[in-house]
Design a protein around this ligand. Structure first.
Ligand code: SF4
Length: 381
């Protein structure tokens, strides 16, 4: 699954449609006199490794890299004190949504690097948390990414399902890179797809997603999933003043195709501006949002105001968190950070995002400014 092509004075290898390995052509030709191609792609230091969709540097995280999978918001595993474990195998998205709460896509102004995790490492670490949580765990694959861009997504889903504590495997997706064959292959392991569709009008969809958007393909895959064993939840984001008229159309569409066999058919989300996310001109109060959802509930006879209970989510003890807010630590910077001005350090088996301009490899002293939900942020002192 390696494509090979030239771009300007660079030689490019595209591995599994996601990992771009680039060399200067003259450097590559020199190396080729001494080593076989596969060896060069894997081991030569002169290479640049990029995320094919975002063109940002891509770091491959394996157990040998000694980067823990707990502690970062963008990759790895997140435990928020329930029976749901968020599984984030990759960063980077192929869309550029105008409402993106994490400023993803090629148009991102804040994101500097992407990360991809070795599937065996991710499964091994997930197993430890799932065993701690006990029975009826939901593995929810999501992230600051389109998870189906992960080249090992099928292996990951099958692997998660095999772990005995896992009851449900669910995934968040924009639906643009899923094929019917994939759905067939995942039929026994994947339980629910949360598919974000925020417009059924082609022109508006392109405006909202900020790229050339394959609306027909997404609609067809939604129908295909709904007709399979896998459940489908359609999750539009309501953008006041932009897609108000689309929401009733999306409700009708979800009901028509048979979304929501076991879980709710729709999870309408309110647009919220998060720090670091993209900002829209118009907002909406929670009161207006829920009152409109209740109106639509009556009109369409479908549940739209949801709670964690609708998904079988309940409180469970949190996986131990060894780092506390206010502590001061000194650590070596292990990796460049996700956004500009951030670096990644490792403390007590957790990753900590540190705000500093020091280079990877150097030491930094920092105070922990956030330690919520096992996600750690530090500031250089
Ligand atoms: S699909 Fe999700 S992650 Fe990707 S740009 Fe849109 S909102 Fe952001």
């Amino acid at each position: 699954m390696i494509l090979e092509y030239d771009v300007g004075d660079e030689k490019v290898f595209l591995i599994r449609r996601l990992i771009e390995v680039r060399f200067r052509k003259d450097t590559y030709e020199k190396l080729l006199k001494k080593y076989p191609k596969e060896y060069i792609i894997q081991f030569a230091e002169e290479k640049k490794v990029l995320h094919h969709a975002t063109k940002r540097s891509l770091f491959y995280i394996t157990s040998e890299s000694q980067i823990p999978l707990l502690g970062h918001a963008a990759f790895g595993l997140i435990d928020r004190g329930t029976n749901l474990i968020q599984v984030r195998p990759i960063t980077g998205c192929n869309l550029n949504c105008i409402f993106c709460s994490v400023d993803e896509g090629r148009g991102s102004r804040t994101k500097k690097n992407d990360y991809i995790i070795d599937p065996d490492y991710l499964l091994e670490e997930y197993r430890k948390i799932a065993e701690f949580k006990g029975r009826r765990v939901e593995a929810h694959i999501d992230g600051q990414a389109e998870p189906f861009l992960y080249p090992y997504i099928e292996k990951l889903i099958h692997g998660l399902k095999k772990i005995k504590e896992t009851e449900t495997v669910s995934i968040q997706t924009n639906g643009t890179v899923i094929s019917e064959d994939m759905i067939d292959r995942l039929d026994r392991s994947l339980d629910r797809v949360n598919l974000s569709i925020s417009a059924l009008d082609g022109e508006l969809a392109e405006k909202i997603y900020g790229v050339r958007y394959p609306l027909n393909k997404v609609v067809e895959i939604a129908e295909y999933i709904a007709s399979s064993r896998i459940d489908l939840l359609i999750a539009p984001v309501w953008l006041p003043g932009i897609n108000d008229e689309e929401i009733p159309r999306i409700i009708e569409f979800a009901l028509e195709i048979g979304a929501g066999k076991r879980w709710p058919a729709l999870g309408i989300q309110k647009y919220i501006h998060y720090r670091g996310g993209r900002k829209l001109r118009h907002g909406m109060s929670f009161r207006s949002f829920y009152s409109k959802l209740r109106e639509w509930e009556d009109e369409y006879g479908v549940r739209l105001v949801l709670s964690p209970k609708d998904f079988g989510i309940e409180k469970r003890p949190r996986y131990p968190s060894p780092i506390k807010k206010g502590e001061v630590h000194f650590a070596r910077i292990a990796l460049d950070g996700r956004s500009y001005g951030e670096r990644i350090a490792v403390v007590k088996g957790r990753t900590v995002t540190v705000l500093t301009s020091r280079k990877p490899g150097s030491g930094v002293r920092f105070v922990i400014t956030r330690a919520k939900d096992g996600i750690y942020l530090g500031e250089e002192v």
